[in-house]
Write a protein that binds this ligand. Sequence first.
Ligand code: PMP
Length: 372
Amino acid sequence: MIYFDNAATTKVSKEVLDSFTKALEIYYFNPSSLYKDGIATLEMESKAKKQIANCFNDPSFEVIFTSGATESNNLAIKGVCYRYRRNGNHLITTKIEHPSVLNVFRQLEKEGFEVTYLDVDNKGHVNLEQLQKVIDDQTILVSIMFVNNETGTIQDLSKINSIVRKYPKIIFHSDVTQGFGKIPFDYSFLDLISYSGHKINGFKQSGALLKKQNIDLVPLILGGGQQNNLRSGTQDVPREIALSKATRLAKENVESHYAYVKTLKKHLIEKLKSMDSIIINSNDEDSPYIVSFGINKKASVVVEALSKKGIYLSTKSACSSKKEASSYVLEAYNLDKKITENSLRVSFSYQNTIEEIDTFISELQTILKTIK
Ligand code: PMP
């Protein structure tokens, strides 16, 4: 099997699994318990949080464990809006965010917030002039993703930050799910950061929100007040330990994996360029982990045919590939309808090889020739 769908999810690594099973044996106590082993379990949670904060280059980040980036995005956005509503009513995001961001903003609009969805250019970059024009003293939150999950487009968060920081009241959030552990980058200037364990060889339903200490959030989940009242419910400390392990490994290897995956992308792009009727949507400066390209056949039929050959990839993002035919992300890039409806997404991991790409290309050529 050739697995080219690592933006959808990744396989849990042996190291992460080992740290989890070991922790399950030792730290199965309720971290709110007052006896020795309960306290030790709580200490392990604090250690895991510290390790994660360090991986994001600022030990003062408060880490809130969540069920993944979807929950982290919900907590960050709703948490800020409900807490700071008195400061202003205006929110800024982009047209190409993940649904776990976009759908939260759509709900907030129904609740009376005013939301600007920034345009992107035909390479997917946020329009900074538009940002400068719409940002004002009524704006309380800017939420812009780092790496797009369908195309690999990287936003210039540092430049955006320099615009946002002219307004000290504004909180800057980023969903870095497809960037952390993939693109070497220092995220520590952000106020709120969402990421997910299962994109970095950790578990599904496992992620975190990192928050600067001076920011207060209205929690989504109320109960016993665990995790500093920000996310109630008995913590799954072994799962938290596994996430901190996955996070540390991703951080330690980010440079070498990035360099290697760049060679994979280069090879794939060269091969695709030599084929007729392929239009490459991704650009050189994008994440090497994601390559999107348009084909002249029905994308879902090609995905199915490739799957029969043991090659797994997506038409766009896994979250929306079963829904509408056209990609709202590619539509925002103003691409031709044929492409927004018929694109494939190859998403790499450091475990993929050049040989796998060659096999894929040869199967793809045959399939494109044989299907109608
Ligand atoms: N944001 C982005 C950019 C993603 O790619 C994903 C996963 N598809 C998510 C958020 C949601 O993450 P999770 O599955 O952990 O909820």
